[in-house]
Design a protein around this ligand. Structure first.
Ligand code: G3I
Length: 315
């Protein structure tokens, strides 16, 4: 079937906006919940799971013959307050994390093709992020999370996922060493997700294809999991072209590496993008504009896929 082409899905827009729904249904072969599988949303109150939104997306995906990437099990962000505000012993917190991973993977067992098990655990300099998990549980929480997830759904492909992992650098070197070590120890890490949040202000990631190849040589899948390319506003013609080139180069890097199994954009419509709320003065990061009309980057990606004869079946 070849490369999966996916999008993050805003589940509110999926309900409220028919055009958004139609594009999600027809243009993609994989979906990732943008928010609704995050811990803070699935278990805002301890012991009371709220799966409805995520379940609805899983049903939508099944109806449209799409796979679902699960996002995300262990992260420092969007945690429920009862987790972050509690005072826990190491054993208590480890038990809480174990239950979370096990319950969530079990709930979706058989319906999720790949899980982002651990998300954004590294700093830019290659040291481990000083998160609640590292502070309380030590670095072993990473291997634990993969083992727990694998036990709950042995068929799901388990990913480590992070940003600024696209090119060669201290962070990707550190993740490379971690994945190599975990695999030597028999820990079931089976994929590396390169988020790929790019910005036309910066150079293209160094040696992206080579970086993907070195991960693949460790025996894991690679995926582009959250691609977008933000631009300083207003968009100049030059920056617009830079965006097209960035999208296209990331797709081409993926197409050139057989173990790059999926290419996901982090939302497809500028009106729904997370970027303007976080990066002051930047935006226009997606492949469809504010009115859900395809932009040049959309056509560039389609062209890349056609040339590679790797395009997923389209209606
Ligand atoms: O749901 C509440 C709503 O009730 C409230 O009224 C409103 C007020 O601000 O906030 C809503 O929550 C927001 C949530 O998105 C849902 O829309 C949060 O404030 C907002 O912070 C949150 O942003 C998400 C962000 O992760 C959180 O870190 C973005 O939508 C989402 O695109 C973004 O995704 C991350 C990936 O998970 C990991 N990689 C980076 C990527 C981009 O930051």
């Amino acid at each position: 079937m070849g490369l999966k082409v996916g999008t993050a899905v805003n589940t509110d827009a999926l309900v409220d906006d028919p055009e958004y729904r139609a594009i999600t249904a027809t243009q993609f072969s994989s979906v990732t919940p943008e928010n609704v599988m995050k811990w803070g949303l699935v278990e805002p109150t301890r012991g009371r799971y709220e799966w409805a939104e995520a379940d609805r997306l899983v049903r939508f995906a099944r109806a449209h013959h799409q796979v679902v990437r699960g996002h995300t099990l262990v992260w420092h962000n969007q945690l429920p307050e009862w987790v972050t505000a509690g005072t826990w012993t190491r054993a208590q917190l480890r038990g809480i994390l174990r239950k979370h991973v096990t319950d969530q993977v079990t709930h979706f067992k058989g319906q999720i093709s790949a899980w982002d098990v651990v998300n954004e655990a590294f700093n830019e300099d290659g040291t481990l992020r000083d998160s609640l998990w590292l502070q309380k549980l030590g670095p072993g929480y990473i291997a634990d999370a993969f083992r727990w997830a694998h036990r709950a759904d042995p068929k799901a492909v388990l990913y480590y996922n992070d940003y600024n992992l696209e090119g060669i650098g201290p962070k990707s070197d550190a993740v490379y060493r971690l994945v190599r070590q975990l695999r030597r120890e028999g820990v079931p890490v089976q994929g590396v997700g390169l988020q790929t949040h790019l910005d036309t202000l910066y150079d293209f990631p160094e040696k992206m294809q080579f970086n993907m190849e070195r991960f693949a040589r460790l025996g894991v899948d690679v995926a582009i999991t959250e691609a977008d390319v933000r631009i300083p506003l207003p968009v100049s013609p030059t920056e617009g072209l830079a965006q097209v080139a960035d999208y296209s180069q990331t797709m081409q890097a993926c197409l050139a590496v057989p173990r790059c199994v999926s290419y996901t954009v982090w939302g497809f419509g500028d009106a729904y993008s997370w970027v303007p709320a976080v990066f002051d003065g930047e935006g226009s990061a997606d492949i469809f504009d504010e009115n859900l009309a395809p932009k040049p980057a959309y056509y560039a990606l389609q062209q890349d896929l056609r040339l590679a004869a790797g395009a997923p079946p389209r209606p």
